[in-house]
Design a protein around this ligand. Structure first.
Ligand code: ZN
Length: 264
């Protein structure tokens, strides 16, 4: 399975980077989006230039959490596919509580009705809710949802669900994609015992937001963990050389990884 970063930036990024969303391509050619932000019409077009309507290529969508750089393109995908009679409903994989909240707190305002009909999320998507810590299989790849602390309020925390991706036959080591996360060194050290590659959220701004792992903190991880890490979700024009600090590097927009091997 090919993993393409169609964007590598933060919520406030530029078209040179786009928001951090992935396009997965199975050996069959089927495609799954991992997150679908406000940039998606443009980033997807750039990733699939041969198609005038790249949403038609999308078989499935996975959503990690509810910030708009991760769900801001969902109304576009929903309406485009719903009003195209040739297009089957895309599958939608998400943690079950987050899926309900996405509909009731974000999408229902725009998608809740069409002329003459009240609508639900299931009218637009083939919904496949998953439990936190549970997994789903898409195109012979197993995706396990790992709960990551993103915004801690003290009352009702806001999680993002990272993905541990591995071939369903378990014969290749997994790749871990953090999605948006705070710095959690114990968890990452644990995961690094299994995953050969970690694609990690990395903030490079002068002021730490805390809701994203900051480069200065990630630099404190053990060398053997840093040696497995590629960094994304950084601010434009970072004046840092991660390779000097023992990381694999900053992921570039359009860079590809392969489950079971790596290319760029
Ligand atoms: Zn976020």
């Amino acid at each position: 399975m090919k993993i393409t970063f169609i964007g590598v930036g933060s919520a406030f990024t530029t078209p040179d980077y786009y928001q951090s969303n992935l396009l997965l391509t199975a050996p069959s050619g089927r495609k799954m989006l991992v997150d679908c932000g406000t940039d998606i019409r443009f980033s997807l077009r750039e990733a699939i230039p041969e198609s005038a309507m790249p949403y038609e290529m999308i078989d499935a969508v996975y959503i990690s959490h509810l910030h708009s750089d991760h769900i801001g393109g969902m109304e576009w995908v929903a309406f485009q596919t719903y009003f195209n009679p040739e297009q089957p409903r895309p599958r939608l994989y998400m943690e079950e509580v987050t899926m309900r909240e996405m509909w009731h707190t974000s999408l229902k305002g725009g998608l809740g009705s069409i002329e003459g009909k009240r609508m639900h999320l299931t009218d637009y998507f083939d919904c496949r809710p998953a439990a936190s810590g549970g997994s789903f299989i898409w195109e012979s790849t197993r995706f396990t949802l790992v709960r990551m602390e993103h915004v801690v309020t003290g009352y009702r925390d806001f999680y993002s669900y990272g993905l541990l991706m591995e071939a369903a036959d378990g014969r290749q080591p997994p790749i871990f994609f953090t999605t948006d996360t705070q710095y959690r060194p114990h968890l990452i050290r644990d995961i690094a015992q299994d995953a050969t590659l970690i694609l990690h959220d990395c903030e490079t701004s002068p002021v730490k937001s805390v809701v994203h792992a900051h480069y200065q903190d990630l630099r404190e991880l053990p060398a053997e963990v840093r040696a497995r890490m590629w960094l994304y979700h950084y601010q434009p024009n970072p004046e840092i050389d991660p390779e000097k600090d023992g990381f694999r590097g900053f992921v570039s927009k359009g860079q590809e990884f392969h489950l079971g091997g790596e290319t760029s």
